[in-house]
Design a protein around this ligand. Structure first.
Ligand code: SF4
Length: 310
């Protein structure tokens, strides 16, 4: 059963409308680290973070390849799966992909953009890794290419940011948005729903709050616990309660109902390899879970922004 996705403002539809055809992402590894791991702002990283759990399997272990080689391999892989895809966005995903000298960043990004079928870049980073000269450079490319900066925030609450050892506060996220506001760079952010010390009220207020910000795209995922993380160790010592899949679906329906319909949804469910999960393995994959959510919203006559207050 294939549902129309107009119930939410979906990224696939957005890309198709903008570029006139299907666009696929190709994930590359630029060999970056993260200031919350190398000691600049912290060590150990965010307590939920194990990059191997959220990077596509094919992108793991390709650090030693050049960006050119990774892009070519990634495009080939996509074309083997979907015949008629001719436009690609290169996704710099692992760690903090603006955390390097400008000259190094320019070389890596340009290597990706040199491929004739690459129409843009999506660059994942932290709010405290955006120097003005990097923003200026990316803005100059954004005049002719599709450039998105993905700025993780994970929670709008400083208490949570401290508890998860995020190494920055909410204010630094706002400062990054202010820096990007006058540019042509599109802005995505990530949010995790389900930290056990947060509440349903806080998550729904997050939807209201994000609705008022200058962001283009949103990725959300449920809190799941993976091996190799500080949160995983805490969970194994003293398991805390996590939302069930049904509870998460209900929360998403309410969250999306309040979310500004202009915000394009890039993701609603997180996925980690089964062997890395300490929390229960979801009964559905992300695609099936999204279809089930949209079906339920359709049944209820609910859509993104139905309760959004201007
Ligand atoms: S989630 Fe991002 S910011 Fe946090 S430790 Fe991992 S790579 Fe660094």
């Amino acid at each position: 059963m294939k549902l129309k996705t107009s119930i939410i403002n979906s990224y696939a539809d957005y890309l198709r409308q903008l570029h006139g055809e299907r666009v696929q992402k190709v994930t590359v590894d630029g060999g970056f680290t993260c200031p919350n791991r190398d000691g600049l702002v912290g060590v150990g990283g965010c307590t939920f973070c194990n990059n191997a759990s959220f990077s596509p399997a094919y992108s793991l272990g390709q650090r030693d390849l050049s960006i050119k080689e990774q892009v070519e391999r990634g495009i080939l892989r996509v074309k083997q799966r979907y015949r008629n895809v001719n436009k690609f966005v290169v996704y710099f995903q692992a760690y903090s992909n603006t955390y390097a000298p400008l000259e190094q960043l320019q070389r890596l990004y340009q290597e990706a953009l040199d491929h004739p079928q690459v129409i843009g870049l999506a660059i994942g980073t932290r709010p405290d890794c955006l120097r003005p000269e990097i923003v200026d450079y990316l803005d100059s490319i954004a005049q002719v290419k599709d450039i998105t900066l993905e700025i993780g925030v994970e929670s709008i609450y400083d208490d949570t940011l401290q508890r998860i050892n995020r190494g920055h506060d909410y204010r630094s996220f706002e400062q990054a948005l202010t820096l990007l506001a006058p540019t042509k760079i599109r802005v995505a952010t990530h949010l995790i729903l389900g930290f056990p010390w947060e509440s349903k009220k806080m998550w729904l207020e997050s939807a209201d709050h994000l609705s008022s910000l200058p962001i283009d795209f949103l990725k959300i995922h449920q809190l799941h616990i993976v091996k190799g993380t500080a949160l995983g160790e805490e969970y194994q010592k003293e398991p805390f309660s996590l939302m069930t899949e049904d509870e998460y679906q209900e929360l998403l329906i309410n969250f999306l109902s309040r979310l500004n319909p202009k915000i394009v949804i890039q993701r609603l469910f997180g996925q980690a390899p089964q062997e890395m999960l300490l929390s229960p393995v979801p009964r559905m994959g992300t695609g099936a879970a999204t279809e089930a959510l949209l079906f339920e919203m359709k049944q209820r006559g609910v859509y993104q922004g139905i309760l959004f207050k201007h």
